[in-house]
Ligand binder design. Structure first.
Ligand code: ADP
Ligand code: MG
Length: 243
């Protein structure tokens, strides 16, 4: 039997703006149900990497495969909406004219009742089922972000790309929402790429950490190993804030 390909595989991805390379030879793979944290300081190229995988940024080189199928490479580019990828970032946007339930159900297939049931299930997970029929402007910023999380998860993407999606939530709620969201994605066999600049978040959430600096992956491994055996002084300093 042929081995199962990783859910997400990236080989030597390079991205540039105006001839200036900001992502260089990034290679990663994530299995179904695995969380990989792309960790690094602001400006190191995390969001650009994520956007290239989502298909909203065109890389200058590299190959991206999802479940073994090339979506970016020599054979061309697959449209973002045909990649089976979910994208959630800090600057979420809900449709203001749609109810919370319709926002979450947007783009789902099935009958109206089925879509509403799925929306309710997800809103329960982010503890907002009471707002099923409310409109986005009636919710706080943090609540809107939780609706955006539910909406991104609803279509069961094979790969979920998350760009600091928890930074906008207040501390009291953040841990619970974060743990539950990732547990749900794991249950559904989604490969998760979670971008963060916070070592603590990566240590807590990751099955594997990829440490990024100046467009390169400088170290990759289990959180415990990356923390205990940093590749160099800069990596050690980056982790030194954690108590
Ligand atoms: P991170 O998410 O790690 O903070 P980014 O991927 O957003 O980093 O940015 C990496 C580098 O690319 C930065 O130097 C940033 O200024 C630059 N950059 C990002 N987006 C653009 C853009 N649309 N046009 C030009 N430069 C960009
Ligand atoms: Mg960023």
């Amino acid at each position: 039997m042929a081995p199962v390909p990783p859910r997400l595989e990236i080989i030597d991805l390079c991205c540039a703006f105006d001839g200036h390379q900001v992502v260089t030879d990034v290679s990663l793979s994530i299995a179904a149900g695995q969380v990989l944290c792309l960790l690094g300081p602001s400006g190191c190229g995390k969001s650009t990497t994520l956007r290239a995988i989502a298909g909203v940024e065109t890389p200058v080189a590299g190959i991206i495969r999802i479940d073994g199928v090339e979506v970016c490479g020599p054979s061309g580019l697959t449209l973002p909406e045909q990649r089976g990828v979910g994208l959630i970032f800090q600057d979420f946007a809900l449709f203001p004219h749609l109810s919370v339930a319709d926002n979450v159900a947007f783009g789902l297939k099935g009958s109206r009742a089925q879509k509403r049931a799925r929306a309710r299930e997800l809103l329960e997970r982010v503890r907002l089922e009471r707002y099923l029929d409310a409109y986005p402007h009636e919710l706080s910023g943090g609540e809107q972000q939780r609706v955006a999380l539910a909406r991104a998860i609803a279509p069961k993407p094979r790969v979920m790309l998350m760009d600091e999606p928890f930074s906008g939530l207040d501390n009291r709620l953040r841990d619970g929402i974060r743990d539950e969201t990732l547990a749900l994605l794991k249950e559904e066999g989604t490969a998760v790429l979670l971008v963060t600049h916070e070592p603590e978040e990566a240590m807590r959430m990751a099955d594997e950490i990829a440490l990024m600096r100046d467009g390169h992956i400088v170290q990759r491994g289990a959180p415990y190993n990356v923390y205990n055996a940093p590749v160099d002084r800069a990596a050690a300093a980056f982790f030194s804030d954690i108590n």
